[in-house]
Ligand binder design. Structure first.
Ligand SMILES: [Zn+2]
Length: 497
């Protein structure tokens, strides 16, 4: 069986999940569901980054582990309530992860890739990274609007520069490794011109994984965090699982952490003698009503609140229709409501309602004889879009079909055909519409699972909860059998103000 291993970054849990965190996780869920739909065995991993000093500060006087347990549970609950289907929620305070980091460190050390040095530089706590003076705007980190601290320490260093040529060659030979293209160029420029050896331990911290053999140092949180992608699939405790899942097919990341994932991480893996992930895909950021999302502006969006108000499917639809995945965009509740009314209520909801009402009226809710339809190239373009992580393009293809079906009704005017007693043409028209709805439901499934299931129920079909290898037959035209009984239900998307 073909496998597909997809990850999100692990999240700092010094606050509750924002819409930005949910965005990456929902994208991963869409792709995980899509690959399950293809009949593949999927590992979808997300989780929490718990070894950062930021978390210690957020815990204040409380016991840090107790605080982290509470926050990790909150994050996991949030992801569950958003309907995410991750199979693994990893926490970097797990024993398996600690042991993985230790094993990884020792492996890299045995290659001669770790050395002790001293470092003086500017450190941004928000980024958990040393920053260059040239990165600053008005002496502040542009991401965190804070003046970085000057740190002078004896640290362990990873010989990142030793892998410069190998990295450049690898990126060159694997055009799909880093996507989109703009991010690939950014990484190439960094690796060629700016990459230096990187400090991978901290002397001054009292939280985090101790450096093997020198316990007064703690492992740098990024070096530790990246290893989660290995520890979650058995790197240290389950060789069979590890061989099955590694290398990952896809790391989804935000564009701000591309250097860690496309320079440091592959170099670490090269040093450890492990294969590299097949694809790292960086998505963009979005503003809220045209403004940068920030706690001080009070314009943060709570994904759970949005989902409770509009439903998970509507939130998922809006995020991935409105914002081209990989680019930047804007989130606006007013536009979400707008798209709800036009795309979902008027176009999709109305189509389903019209087709089922007409079938009830003209054929007693029974599927007529099979007739030829207009699906044409929709599936191949849909698959290609999702293989290339073009989520909004896939939705555009589905909406193309929905509009075509609505136009087909206006063109054929089934009510006229009924009046004229054109029975064959009426039945053919209804069949084409019903079968098109079935295909639309499948295409929507990764994006809007609840809606798809409701459509299946209304079409009198079983819901796609369990996927089997015979699944592809479901996409063949004509699978909706004549004589089959429909079960018309409530409108999918009642209009909202
Ligand atoms: Zn920063």
């Amino acid at each position: 069986m073909k496998t597909f291993y997809i990850t999100t970054p692990i999240y700092y849990i010094n606050g509750k999940p924002s819409i930005g965190h949910a965005y990456t996780a929902i994208a991963a869920d869409i792709l995980a569901r899509y690959h399950r739909m293809l009949g593949e065995e999927v590992m979808f991993q997300t989780g929490t980054d718990e070894n950062s000093q930021k978390n210690v500060e957020a815990a204040k006087e409380r016991d840090v582990k107790e605080y982290l347990d509470e926050m990790a549970a909150l994050w996991e609950r949030t992801f569950d309530s958003l309907g995410l289907t991750h199979n693994r929620f990893i926490r970097t305070t797990e024993v398996a992860h600690y042991n993985s980091v230790e094993k990884f460190w020792k492996t890299v050390e045995s290659k001669g890739d770790i050395y002790l040095g001293s470092y003086e530089g500017l450190y941004c706590q928000g980024c958990e990274a040393f920053v260059n003076e040239s990165d600053l705007v008005d002496d502040q980190c542009p991401h965190h609007k804070k003046v970085p601290k000057t740190i002078k320490e004896n640290n362990y260093f990873f010989r990142l520069t030793k892998y410069r040529d190998d990295l450049l060659a690898y990126i060159d030979e694997h055009p799909d490794f880093i996507q989109p293209e703009a991010r690939r160029n950014e990484v190439l420029s960094y690796v060629r011109n700016f990459m230096t050896d990187i400090s991978i331990s901290r002397e001054t911290m009292n939280w985090g994984i101790p450096v093997p053999g020198d316990e007064k140092h703690r492992v740098y949180v990024w070096f530790d965090a990246l290893i989660n992608y290995l520890s979650g699939v058995g790197y240290v405790d389950d060789t069979t699982a590890f061989e099955k899942w590694w290398p990952a097919n896809l790391h989804l990341v935000g564009k701000d952490i591309i250097k860690f994932h496309c320079a440091l991480w592959p170099a670490m893996l090269m040093s450890a003698g492990l294969p590299l992930p097949k694809n790292v895909f960086a998505h963009g950021f979005f503003t809220i009503d045209g403004q940068k999302m920030s706690k001080s502006l009070g314009n943060t969006v709570d994904p759970v609140e949005m989902a409770e108000k509009y439903g998970n499917d509507v939130l998922r639809y809006f995020l991935f229709r409105e914002i081209p995945f990989g680019g930047d965009g804007d989130f606006s509740e007013a536009r979400l409501v707008g798209r709800y009314n036009t795309d979902l209520a008027n176009e999709l909801g109305n189509l389903v309602n019209r087709v089922l009402t007409m079938t009830e009226k003209y054929t007693n809710g029974t599927v007529p004889e099979v007739a030829d339809g207009f699906l044409a190239g929709a599936w191949p373009s849909y698959h290609l879009a999702l293989e290339e992580n073009r989520l909004s393009d896939a939705l555009d293809i589905v909406w193309g079909l929905i509009r075509q079906a609505n136009q087909f009704i206006d063109q054929q005017q089934p009510w006229q055909l009924a009046k004229l007693e054109e029975k064959k043409m009426l039945n053919d028209t209804l069949y084409v519409l019903l079968e098109t709805l079935r295909h639309i439901a499948w295409m929507l499934y990764p994006f809007m699972p609840t809606t798809a299931e409701k459509m299946f129920v209304q079409l009198g079909l079983e819901t796609p909860k369990e996927f089997s290898q015979s699944f592809e037959s479901a996409w063949v035209w004509g699978e909706l059998k004549s004589g089959h009984k429909l079960a018309k239900g409530e409108p999918l998307f009642p209009r909202k103000e």
